[in-house]
Write a protein that binds this ligand. Structure first.
Ligand SMILES: [Zn+2]
Length: 277
């Protein structure tokens, strides 16, 4: 040991203290941002206001659409999805939220998938739509995606991401630059938009969306077993090739079992016969 190395070691302290302050700040920020979600009845850690969520979703929408060939040119498809989506929103707790739902069919006829952006934009690809047999199955797909929006999964994800960035010390974005505050904001928004487009929700989020999907679809007067039909379509499709849907959603076989249980909980005496298939 010589005096040189001692000197180096002591010079680490200021950086370490700064790192600890950033980490502590990130943790405090994350855990102090509590919001109660009246639809899911859960407390969530979220750093975005609903207004920010809506703005962010609208900002990410063009890139999401471009990635799947833009909007479908088939007016009948668009009309159907719009009609089912509007019915799901108007007749469920989704109507009591501030979100601006918009249902769009994407031209992409290769990628079997559906997604939702924060704040309300919901998408289904032509490839998935054309595999569905009934209106109830369309409702099942849209109901699940509406679930992601009202449960604010993207916003939760972004709050966690921000925490991770803060903790890993790569949080330059989170630090205030007094010389140029607006550039920091733009960079942060660009980073958020980028991560939204390829966002993968966790298993718990998917389960929650399936639960909300069963609830919304049933409240809107659709037979929730349409969700089982969708699971069948997805597992059929996965035999020939892996649909994109499977890279962003859990295995349809496992989900089917859970959905069957959720439906039985909702209708212990059996699903009423008058629900729309
Ligand atoms: Zn999902």
């Amino acid at each position: 040991m010589n005096s040189n190395s001692m000197g180096r070691r002591s010079s680490i302290w200021p950086r370490l203290i700064i790192a600890l302050i950033i980490a502590g700040f990130s943790l405090i920020t994350y855990f102090s941002q509590n919001e109660f979600n009246p639809v899911t009845q859960e407390k969530q850690h979220i750093s975005l206001s609903t207004k920010d969520e809506i703005a962010l979703g609208l900002q990410a929408a063009p890139a999401m659409e471009a990635q799947h060939g833009g909007e479908s040119a088939n007016p009948a498809d668009q009309e159907l999805v719009d009609k089912v989506g509007k019915r799901l929103v108007a007749t469920t707790a989704a109507a009591s939220t501030p979100y601006k739902f918009k249902f769009t069919v994407l031209a992409d006829d290769k990628t079997i998938n559906a997604f939702a952006l924060p704040g309300g934009p919901v998408y289904i690809t032509s490839a998935l739509l054309h595999k569905l047999d009934t209106e109830g199955q369309v409702a099942a797909v849209l109901g699940h995606e509406i679930g992601h929006v009202v449960a604010r999964h993207s916003a939760e994800h972004l709050a966690k991401q921000k925490l991770t960035q803060g903790l890993s010390g790569a949080a330059g974005i989170a630090m205030y630059d007094p010389e140029n505050p607006s550039s920091r904001n733009n960079a942060a928004i660009a980073a958020m938009v980028g991560s939204l487009i390829n966002m993968k929700f966790g298993r718990q989020d998917e389960l929650e969306s399936d639960r909300l999907g069963v609830r919304f679809v049933s409240e809107a007067g659709y037979d929730p077993r349409g969700m089982l039909g969708v699971m069948k379509v997805l597992s059929e499709a996965s035999k020939s090739h892996t649909p994109e849907f499977l890279s962003t959603h859990p295995d349809p076989g496992n989900r089917g079992a859970v959905i069957t249980k959720l439906i039985a909980e909702r209708y212990p005496k059996g699903v009423p016969a008058d629900l729309k298939k």
